[in-house]
Design a protein around this ligand. Structure first.
Ligand SMILES: NC(=O)N[C@@H](CC(=O)O)C(=O)O
Ligand SMILES: [Zn+2]
Ligand SMILES: [Zn+2]
Length: 432
């Protein structure tokens, strides 16, 4: 008889510790080595790498308000399929997550589905309107214990408001995640990296400097307030330069890069395919090269998906009017493997850092991003690092189909995900 709460993961590569068997019982890692467990359900992990469960600092799950694009249930399934055990759900829902009650509702919906820990991000300003601070303290003290605040989708462009938000969150160890886009330099219609291509395609340009001036301002505000700022979806070499300088000064800045900004370049807009319309826009290859280097040398701390599902009818517009954003949860680890690990830019231990350990630390998430060691919560991901996969966007768990990797060939396959000892994905199947 096998006990439903006991799993024996056989022969996984535990990175530093080499190939080991891992016994998981009652939600925690009970033994590592050669445990003997007759009652366990065996998970064969020969040739697979075990990583701590992935943590996504930046996803749009669309519930409440846009359940036609994604729900917390479908987004959770996409997350588990991608190897994630925790996801931060952005606040730009309808209504906006700008109160304690709204944050608790998101948390509870995540718990109801139970496939991934859904941790709400709180809005910085009421209704994302950029005018008055939201209930930051109440959200922090709520059951949801919100620590990450963001108006993502919009930039907190008022410097005085940004300063006050940083001062406020400092009191409880919070962080402001900034969507860096100076609206006077890149307005709501800006949608293509400003350059020769935007001119040729006749699309409104989104120059890198619109991101960089906000990053520069915000690191100075972080220095002035002694508070923490996090830069969402860094997309340019210039932003990397600023962050590198700021870190060298000891300023408390962290940064994330998305899988798409690590792999896809601005030339994909040539066919006006709306799947590739995203904020900030896809950049030239020179920027991509610098982003990869910055992730490898630690200047960029984390990979975050910015999973941004959109219903078909929101993408079917003239280019300048269509919605910004693309999917990311299901392919993130494969993309990082393909563009960072396989070319030798990152080791798997570093992948564990940038996709689990560090994001959990930035978000203040207990129980995630922990080593696979006895007594730790059994949050882990098993990946086949060498399998070659042709992505089929139609097979996605997401409700939306704006998958930029559709038909592309990527290396690696997520085999299983365990959340507190329970498989949420096994043999590539979601375990409801
Ligand atoms: N990234 C995007 O292009 N879109 C995001 C908002 C955002 O991350 O800025 C969305 O909510 O759709
Ligand atoms: Zn954003
Ligand atoms: Zn976003």
């Amino acid at each position: 008889m096998s006990d439903a709460n006991t799993y024996l993961i056989k022969g996984a590569d535990l990175l530093g510790a080499g190939r080991q068997d891992v016994l998981v019982r009652d939600g925690v890692v009970a033994e590592v080595g050669t445990p003997d467990a007759q009652d366990a359900t065996v998970i064969e992990a020969d040739g697979l790498i075990a990583l701590p469960g992935l943590v996504d600092l930046h996803a749009h799950l669309r519930e409440p308000g846009r359940e036609d694009a994604e729900t917390i249930a479908t987004g959770s399934a996409a997350a588990a399929a991608g190897g994630f055990t925790a996801v931060l759900a952005m606040a730009n829902t309808s209504p906006v997550t700008d109160t304690a009650e709204a944050a608790e509702r998101v948390l509870d919906l995540g718990r109801d589905y139970g496939l991934v820990d859904v941790q709400p991000v709180g809005a910085v300003t009421k209704g994302l309107a950029g005018e008055q601070l939201a209930e930051l303290g109440l959200m922090a003290r709520s059951r949801a214990a919100v620590r990450v605040f963001s108006d993502d989708g919009r930039c907190v462009h008022d410097a005085r408001l940004m300063r006050r938000a940083l001062e406020y969150v400092k009191a409880f160890g919070g962080v402001v995640s900034q969507h860096a886009q100076e609206p006077r330099l890149a307005d709501q219609f800006a949608c293509c990296h400003e350059g020769e291509l935007s001119g040729r395609l006749g699309l409104p340009g989104w120059p890198g400097v619109a991101e960089e001036v906000i990053v520069a301002r915000d690191v100075m505000l972080a220095r002035h307030t002694g508070s923490r700022v996090h830069v969402a979806h860094v997309s340019t070499a210039g932003s990397v330069e600023v962050i590198r300088w700021a870190r060298a000064q000891g300023i408390a800045v962290t940064a994330e890069v998305t899988p798409h900004h690590l792999m896809l370049d601005t030339s994909l807009l040539t066919g006006y395919d709306l799947t590739f319309k995203v904020n900030p826009p896809l950049r030239p290859t020179e920027d991509i090269t610098e982003l990869r280097k910055a992730l490898a040398d630690g200047t960029i701390d984390a990979v975050a998906t910015d999973h941004a599902p959109h219903a078909r009818h929101d993408k079917q517009h003239a280019f300048a009017e269509a919605a910004f954003g693309m999917l990311g949860l299901e392919q993130a680890l494969q993309v990082v493997n393909t563009v960072m690990v396989q070319p030798g830019l990152l080791t798997w231990a570093q992948v564990a850092d940038v996709m689990s350990v560090t994001p959990a630390r930035i978000a203040g998430l207990d129980g995630h991003g922990r080593p696979i060691a006895v007594g730790e919560p059994a949050n882990l991901t098993l990946i086949d690092p060498v399998a070659t996969v042709t992505v089929d966007g139609a097979a996605s768990h997401s409700l939306s189909r704006n998958n930029p990797w559709h038909r592309l060939s990527l290396t690696g396959r997520v085999h299983a995900t365990l959340l507190r000892g329970r498989p949420t994905l096994l043999n590539e199947e979601i375990q409801e």
